[in-house]
Design a protein. Structure first.
Length: 701
């Protein structure tokens, strides 16, 4: 913030400098004399800044590199304890060479002065000070300390390590006579604010103070204001998927040839960007260089890619198309997205084995094509520098490298029963939202005008309709409810139909089904783990519809799972073909047919009786002589699917797809996928339309 020439702040700043031996009066009145202004720091203190633009134009630039902030943060993986030190007026702790002192002269109402120490505003000041700090802290750089100009961050994996690291840094600062400002230092933190980010042991996220600045940003009135907004938001673009595609309408208005007309398209982009920043995810810091996976996509709006490691997002990247790229064919655009990802994340991917997924099937054979144009040959040279494998993933399937087979063991989660309850805090949230939405001026936006008279208050004071609580758009109640119904450990990412059926029993609002469908479509976890389960081609004859529940079953096995502490590494899936209810039994992959028979009697026959028929695949245990004789004695007919044709047992296969999607979602959301089912678990997806009742309801009729 600039301060006028004759303010009291200028007098205080000027009176402090000679006392601290930072400036001396100048008797020279040559061309090296510059105006000054006062800058206010975050803590309210003032520092003198000089307008050195004239001097900077003729200064030979110091090309000492400043570190990439992404590279600095990558060093923090695994750290749990942090301390940060901010040097007091850092630049003033460097002396100016005597022959150059006169070049720092500036004029005030009190006369001409010269700096004896390095002032703020010189073009080479950041590089010179960065060079000093790197030489001073070199023994600890990238081991326990990261430095960005005058900001020092000490990080450690344990308290014991942090004691040692902190002592080393403080001793170095004392030895080199570098002084810190105690009011801006912080020690022994488990979460630290550094360079506009919040860092803890979980990863890195956006600083809430910056989010508040974005949320309070007024609608831009000119192209320069749009550039300022995009500059602040762009600093956090690694947190926002498809950042460049979202900002296309805003970027268009910054062109000189484009008339400045703020329309609905720009307003939507402005609101979307602010909303995305508010819900920015916590990004994981990379653990080593193994298992790097890149997902690339391209459209006529821009290029986008996601860098992941073991199912966790490390960074997003995107950019808009250049004018000449808009004429590229689809094949070249998809290839451009791959090259863009390799270049922007070169420091992660160069020299390591990585996998790149694209939704353009022909790119898998790009490296083998003999006839390429000049542009493709240039890109081929780039791709060949990397040890990467290009694979195809269909459309929105986003097939993440199988996290189930590579996830380390965790303590099992044993659930005796589940109970969902509406807390008083949520009731208060809905009450406040209803009061806000009931106002006359808000009823049109809530699409509730004309229906207010039909709303009835229940015993809690909540407005209801059809006996269901009205959840308005105002406030955060509706968003909280949708997140709980979709992302909590009680639900684990159901489909739109299942989620709507769950919610409509207790809640209502106009357009509820459409809002639920849109919410599910925008869920990033669902896009990553759920594929488009297309119906296969060919002649198909449906199986006969059962007449009673648990008379006709299908069964299959999920194998190659990580072992639980009880040594389970497979799930036996048994589905009732009429009600679609499913039983998930934890077993060992080495279990014999005799052991499966005992589990079958204890968990299925004892609860639901002996079935009439069973459809299964041709697993050696299901085709064994013992299994055939066992069911012959029970009076159950066995049917087997055709070899290499799993569609015969489509009911089990579809249930397994749903279960695997839920397990993958658990990995991404909760960081664990090993479930101890405690010997028995029953579930019903409720998403099939053949049965009007849900599976659980149908099983108990």
């Amino acid at each position: 913030m600039s301060v006028f020439i004759y303010t009291y702040s200028v007098f205080l700043a000027m009176s402090r400098l000679p006392v601290c031996y930072l400036t001396v009066p100048s008797g020279r009145y040559d061309t090296w004399t510059f105006l000054r202004y006062i800058a206010t720091d975050q803590d309210g203190s003032h520092r003198m800044c000089i307008d050195y633009r004239g001097l900077n134009k003729v200064t030979l630039k110091n090309r000492y590199p400043l570190p990439r902030i992404d590279d600095l943060f990558d060093q923090l993986q695994g750290a749990s304890w942090f301390s940060k030190i901010d040097l007091r007026s850092g630049y003033h702790q460097l002396k100016v060479r005597e022959a150059d002192i006169h070049k720092t002269a500036f004029r005030t109402r009190y006369g001409h002065f010269e700096f004896l120490v390095m002032p703020f505003g010189l073009t080479n000041a950041p590089a010179a000070f960065m060079d000093l700090m790197n030489r001073v802290c070199r023994p600890m750089l990238d081991r326990s300390v990261i430095v960005f100009i005058d900001d020092i961050l000490i990080y450690s994996k344990s308290k014991e390590e942090h004691v040692v690291h902190l002592r080393e840094v403080l001793e170095i600062l004392r030895r080199e006579r570098l002084y810190a400002k105690f009011s801006k230092c912080a020690f022994w933190l488990e979460e630290v604010q550094f360079l506009g980010h919040i860092i803890n042991r979980e990863g890195i996220k956006v600083d809430p103070a910056k989010i508040e600045a974005v949320m309070n940003w007024e609608i831009p009135k000119a192209p320069t204001e749009i550039r300022s907004f995009l500059g602040l938001a762009g600093y956090y673009r690694r947190f926002i998927q498809d950042f460049s595609k979202i900002t296309v309408p805003l970027t268009r208005l910054t062109k000189k040839s484009e008339p400045y007309v703020w329309g609905s398209e720009q307003q939507m982009a402005f609101d979307t960007l602010r909303h995305k920043l508010c819900e920015a995810p916590v990004l994981t810091l990379p653990e080593g260089v193994e298992d790097m996976t890149v997902y690339c996509d391209a459209s006529r709006l821009g290029l986008g890619c996601v860098l992941m490691q073991r199912g966790r997002v490390i960074a997003y990247a995107s950019r808009q198309l250049k004018p000449h790229e808009a004429n590229y064919p689809t094949h070249d655009l998809e290839l451009a997205a791959v090259v863009f990802a390799l270049k922007i994340w070169r420091h992660y991917l160069y020299g390591v084995k990585c996998t790149i997924f694209t939704d353009h099937r022909s790119l898998r054979y790009f490296l083998e094509q003999p006839n390429l144009n000049m542009r493709q040959r240039r890109w081929l040279d780039v791709v060949k520098d990397y040890d990467c494998e290009i694979l195809y993933h269909p459309g929105k399937a986003n097939v993440v490298a199988d996290a189930l087979s590579r996830k380390t063991e965790h303590a099992p989660l044993r659930i005796s029963h589940l109970k969902m309850a509406v807390t008083t805090s949520f009731v208060d949230l809905v009450l406040r939202a209803q009061e806000e939405a009931s106002r006359e001026e808000n009823q049109n936006g809530e699409r509730i005008r004309g229906q207010m008279a039909a709303l009835v208050r229940d015993s809690r004071g909540l407005l209801t309709r059809f006996g269901r609580v009205w959840v308005p758009r105002a406030g955060t109640a509706r968003q909280t409810l949708l997140e709980e119904a979709h992302k909590s450990k009680f639900s684990i990412h159901p489909g739109a139909t299942k989620m709507y059926r769950d919610l409509r029993t207790g809640y209502w609002w106009p357009g509820m089904k459409r809002d639920v469908a849109r919410y599910v479509e925008s869920c990033l976890t669902c896009l990553k783990v759920k594929a488009e389960h297309q119906k296969p081609h060919g002649k198909m004859q449906p199986l006969e519809i059962p007449e009673w529940k648990w008379e006709n079953l299908t069964m299959d096995l999920i194998t190659k799972l990580p072992k639980t502490p009880r040594k389970f590494d497979a799930i036996w899936v048994i589905v009732d073909r009429l009600t679609k209810s499913a039983i998930f039994l934890p077993i060992r992959e080495s279990s014999t047919a005799e052991q499966l028979a005992k589990i079958y009697v204890d968990e299925v026959v004892s609860r639901h009786g002996v079935p009439v028929s069973i459809i299964s695949d041709r697993d050696v245990r299901f085709t064994s002589r013992f299994w055939e004789r066992f069911h012959a004695e029970l009076g159950t007919r066995l049917h087997f699917s055709t070899a290499y044709h799993p569609q015969t047992d489509g009911q089990s296969e579809r249930t397994i797809q749903t279960l695997e999607d839920m397990l993958r979602a658990c990995v991404l959301d909760f960081g664990a996928c090993v479930l101890d089912l405690g010997g028995y678990a029953a579930a019903g997806d409720g998403g099939w339309v053949v049965v009007v009742l849900t599976p659980v309801a149908a099983s108990h009729r």
